[in-house]
Design a protein around this ligand. Structure first.
Ligand SMILES: [Zn+2]
Length: 209
């Protein structure tokens, strides 16, 4: 394999679990290793349809539909393959058992960009995170103790408990039940490459309870 082939095999491939949830990005080299062992299938999206191919089927498909560009072309001694862009794992059912992370984005998501004191919706850059029980009074950084708050409410409450500031939460904050469907941070180039797929998957995957 020349240096060019190395570059092709370094291309990123999106990995889906059996629920068609994006769980990882790996290089094509690793993707082929999974395909060869039968641990994954190629997902190829054509018009509005997804098709799933075993490695052997993919070899046939590549023969009938040769890759258009060099960067999508994987040459082996025997045949020429199209580079898969998305693969579907055959075995590992679940998302990595990570809990939903307590992140700024996830808290905004849970609170629907709504100040939990005045109930108004704000652009994210105009929202703060508020520790209901302030940190210096023993308040912890947990789903139950952090809410979205607008700047006005945040400064009004200052370093007090809500009732001390005569304020009330509109909803009692809890840990969200949902889990991340796309637990990946994709860079712009990757997002562009998988956009059609992710857009379609967004509407078509079966949702978890
Ligand atoms: Zn507010």
């Amino acid at each position: 394999m020349g240096p060019n082939m190395e570059a092709v095999l370094d291309q990123p491939v999106l990995v889906l679990n059996r629920l068609w949830q994006a769980i990882n990005v790996i290089c094509a080299r690793r993707a082929f290793a999974l395909l060869a062992r039968g641990h994954a299938s190629v997902v190829h999206h054509h018009r509005d349809d997804f098709r799933v191919f075993s490695l052997l089927d993919w070899v046939d498909f590549s023969r009938a539909n040769p890759p258009l560009e060099q960067i999508d072309t994987v040459r082996t001694p025997r045949t020429t393959l199209r580079l898969p862009r998305v693969i579907l794992l055959t075995f590992f059912d679940r998302l990595p058992s990570k809990e939903l992370k307590l992140t700024r984005g996830n808290i905004f998501e849970r609170d629907k960009d709504t100040c939990q004191y005045c109930g108004k919706v704000f652009p994210r850059e105009e929202l703060n995170l508020d520790h209901i029980i302030p940190r210096d009074r023993g308040g912890r950084t947990t789903w139950e103790n952090i809410v979205c708050s607008c700047i006005k409410c945040n400064s009004r409450k200052a370093n007090r408990l809500p009732h001390e500031a005569h304020m009330r939460l509109i909803v009692k904050p809890v840990r969200p039940k949902w889990r991340p469907v796309i637990s990946l941070v994709l860079n712009n180039q990757q997002r562009e490459r998988w956009k059609d797929f992710l857009d379609l998957a967004y509407w078509n995957v079966e949702l978890e309870e």
